[in-house]
Design a protein around this ligand. Sequence first.
Ligand code: ZN
Length: 301
Amino acid sequence: MRTAYRVRAYPTAEQAAALNRTFGCVRLVWNTVLAWRQARYRAEGVKTSYAQTDRYLTELKRDGGHDFLYEVSSVPLQQALRHQHKAFANFFAGRAKHPRFKIPNPRHLERKAKNLARYQRRMARKQRGSNNRAKARAKVARAHTKVRDARADFLHRTSARLVRDHDLIVLEDLNVRGMVRNRSLARVISDCGWGEFRRQLEYKTQRYGRRLVVIDRWYPSSKTCSACGHLLPALPLSTRHWMCPGCGTRNDRDVNAAKNILAAGRAVSACGADVSHSGSSRMRSAVKQEAQPARAGVPRL
Ligand SMILES: [Zn+2]
């Protein structure tokens, strides 16, 4: 019997940087090799073997413009080639769709939004009151529904993942518009509403026995240094990084705010003044809607 274990890693900042570099290189190798493969097929009509992609990777590393590929382990890069080879084998056997590039995510949201815009343009060109206009309007309505459903689905999956992966979720009671760095999530939240996202987090944390703490919106999470507690008199929205006059720490606006919100949430949670409801008392992570600290769960898409 095969058993799989899922483990959770807490990398140091240094390790996280090395992992991110590796993931970036893996993605680049996948995309470059896939493009090369397709170009070869279009130009010469030939299939590409694993050995050929391996040789191509070696050439890519040596071409002078990709020296950074030497900075990461060669094993994951070759593994990416193997995965792609397997993906093509499955494709040729009719078991899978054609392998795709890894670049925008979630892709389907963008595509559906584009479709909607196209149908709207088409409708605008039809004469008012005509049958064609009525047909075009029906298509626009269908496209609208698809966009709405796709966004709601994305929001549900995001909130479910946050609740599944974290015992404590701390939210700042803020209007999120324009504040979510993750652009897909920002668009979806502005579409579905911040209140809806919070509502989902509330009932899901309750369902799964997690804790949700909501911090007051007047708490100066962005202006306070998470390292020493120094409070800035003001911080313009456009400032993404700032140097703390108290301790010299260079603070990323969002990560710093997320650390403060987590600390405030833990304090609330520890003294039992939980504003939401109680659940598991284990605390591991915080999530701030606008932030991406190493341990928070908002996916960068
Ligand atoms: Zn400081």
